[in-house]
Ligand binder design. Sequence first.
Ligand SMILES: O=C(O)C(=O)C[C@H](O)C(=O)CO
Length: 280
Amino acid sequence: MITWTTRHGASPAAIDRMTTADLRAEYLVESILAHGEARMTYTHLDRMVLGGIVPTGQAIGIGDGAPVGTAHLFDAREGGIANLGRAAGRVTVDGQRFDLAPRDVLYVGRGARQVELASQDPRNPALFYLNSVPAGMSYPHRLITRDQAKAVRFGEAARANLRTLRMYIHPEVAPSCLLLMGITDLEPGSVWNTMPPHLHERRMEAYLYFDMAPQDRVIHLMGRPDNTRHLVVGSGDAVLSPAWSIHMGAGTGPYAFVWGMTGENQVYQDVDPVPVENLR
Ligand SMILES: O=C(O)C(=O)C[C@H](O)C(=O)CO
């Protein structure tokens, strides 16, 4: 079963008038990874599409572009598909097969037509997570393994923010038109991601939190630095972060997250740091 939902986003001023439920309806996509389903969300934030695809039987095809107004989903866009499960999966793009071990990412270039996702063991399915954004040019489809990703460590254990970012779809690893995608893992005992925080008005971002115990939550912070709000998120929940928003979080237990970005440039260092003491 494939379902589509839409998120419109809002202006920074609008979040002042939004209740918790309003914020969650606009900036959170809950439980995106559902067994046997493809849960797709079309956002108006740089037209990023998020998808959770968990095949438990027949392969699930996501090639239909009707929800975005093209014949095929990837007619005018590129994508990254991460396998966040504990078992292998296969993605077939126009007959070309890619086997994704856990934590591998497939880059799908603009122009792909038939994209089919399958689990190698439907009883222990692959958990596929898609970020897709409009693309002006086409790069070859490419599998990026966890070992091929560029790993960068940030933070300090004493500040509970020690973490490793693995950059998969990134100019130094696998080129794309505009999409950037990677996975951040926290060290045991560290709870904070993206700390100290930053803004990047040239790029929006989406997070997918995963690998969390059912009872744990991340308190995700968003908003302008001087006007923050929070979202309480669980495993398998995705957060939309407009280009005007900070994005950071602290977990009550271990967690990891996928980050995907698109915008004017792919310069990872093109961020405006926000001193913690300036947050309100
Ligand atoms: O923990 C972090 O720091 C991140 O994962 C940073 C995000 O990738 C990000 O915000 C990129 O701009």
